[in-house]
Design a protein around this ligand. Structure first.
Ligand code: PLP
Length: 400
């Protein structure tokens, strides 16, 4: 067995199931799940249609590079969304389809890290646990950079010691962030890009929440956009990860892409031909249709805005919580220990939320997930409102 398997931590949802074990929630209240980041909105009909009308593609093996038509649709989307000149994105060498970003975020580390070097992988804290698992199984040492309220919930890269930068070969960036919804601006991206040049590491920018944002006129910047703005038009050292799961409410489609530095992607392509994870042809056609439409994405954002407004109106009176610039998460401070909060909320109100400390590690003496819970506003508006009312009652009951 691979000895590194022992280094893996239990997945947050395993810990959550353990936390809830044996509890009997009140039977008169319907269960509301706000723990998993699975969008509850329907997958648009035209995406389903595109999938169905290409089912005959199941008779063929897809290839790793994917259809030109899909990569072309993705290149056009990247150019539109991030104001990049179309000539700067080559669908042949700078884009690869992936079966959701999860597998890609994981396999990318296996491809680019050399365990013999004893590399360090830097990641935000709290984080999407795949980053950590990917680093551990690649034989690397994770280094957790806290994202605290005093830094706008953004990673404080200035606090990373020089000795760590020297060993760093990969940085996972998550902007917009899960679980805080914080957005790194162009200056932040460019500062990290300068560090990447100085210390020779790659940046894996997980941008899977980039299309779920609050201000319609102010979309989150992407890493490729920031690189281009500083003259790095070949996107040296940058690989971005995008997904249809949240943008297009299609987590079951398992569709996303990676894009950026052609030299790195050439090696990642080689890795993927062995890994054997080509995207099925019907999925590629459905994905191509999805990347070409923005109407459903705007409607999607509008639904989340309505939910944030409704929920914050109710919770404002009992706790300090604010609307994040992006994502569909509320990162709520809890008056008692976060796991106790989640346990009792389930037992009293039949609502499931995720304890913040299940998403974080102690770093520099601080566990940034402590005393927080992550609330995913994925249920329908009426259920989110109902959940907020029950959470308010629950918080009030703690003060009695
Ligand atoms: C931060 C982050 N990255 C990546 C993913 C993976 O998304 P998918 O594999 O569906 O593209 C998720 C899913 O919840 C996520 O929260």
């Amino acid at each position: 067995m691979n000895a590194n398997l022992k280094r893996l931590h239990p997945y947050p949802f395993e810990r959550l199931a353990q936390l809830k074990k044996g509890l009997v929630p009140p039977g008169d209240r319907q269960h509301i799940a706000l723990s998993i980041g699975e969008p509850g909105h329907a997958t648009p009909h035209f995406i389903q249609e595109a999938l169905l009308s290409h089912l005959h593609g199941l008779s063929r093996y897809p290839n790793t590079l994917g259809l030109h038509e899909l990569r072309q649709a993705i290149a056009a989307w990247l150019a539109r969304r991030f104001a990049l000149p179309a000539k700067n994105i080559d669908p042949e060498s700078q884009i690869l389809p992936v079966n959701g970003t999860r597998e890609a975020l994981f396999s990318f580390a296996q491809c680019v890290l050399d365990s013999g070097e004893k590399p360090v992988v830097i990641m935000p804290n709290p984080f999407y646990q795949i980053y950590e698992g990917a680093a551990l199984l690649a034989g690397a040492e994770p280094y957790y950079v806290n994202t605290l309220e005093e830094n706008g919930y953004l990673p404080d890269f200035d606090a990373v010691p020089e000795a760590i930068w020297r060993r760093c070969r990969l940085v996972y960036l998550c902007s917009p962030g899960n679980p805080t919804g914080a957005v790194l601006d162009q200056t932040g991206h460019q500062r990290l890009l300068e560090l990447a040049e100085r210390y020779q590491f790659l940046i894996a920018a997980d941008e899977c929440y980039s299309e779920i944002y609050a201000d319609e006129d102010n979309p989150p910047p992407g890493l490729l956009q920031s690189a281009h703005a500083m003259g790095n038009s070949a996107f040296r050292r940058c690989i971005v990860f995008h997904s249809l799961s949240k943008r297009s409410n299609a987590p079951g489609l398992r569709s996303g892409f990676v894009a950026g530095d052609a030299q790195v992607l050439r090696r990642y392509f080689q890795y993927r031909t062995y890994h054997g994870c080509a995207m099925p042809l019907p999925t590629q056609h459905a994905s191509s249709a999805a990347w070409q439409d923005e109407t459903h994405v705007r409607q999607n954002r509008q639904q989340y805005r309505e939910k944030f407004t409704a929920v914050l109106d109710i919770l404002d009176t009992v706790c300090s919580v604010s609307r994040p610039p992006a994502s569909f998460y509320l990162w709520l401070k809890t008056p008692i220990a976060d796991s106790e909060f989640a346990r009792r909320l389930f037992a009293q109100e039949n609502i499931t939320v995720l304890p913040g400390s299940f998403l974080s590690r102690t770093s520099n003496g601080i566990d940034p997930g402590r005393h927080h819970v992550r609330i995913a506003l994925v249920a329908p508006l009426q259920e989110c409102r109902e959940a907020a009312n029950r959470i308010r009652n629950f918080i009030n009951s703690l003060q009695d």
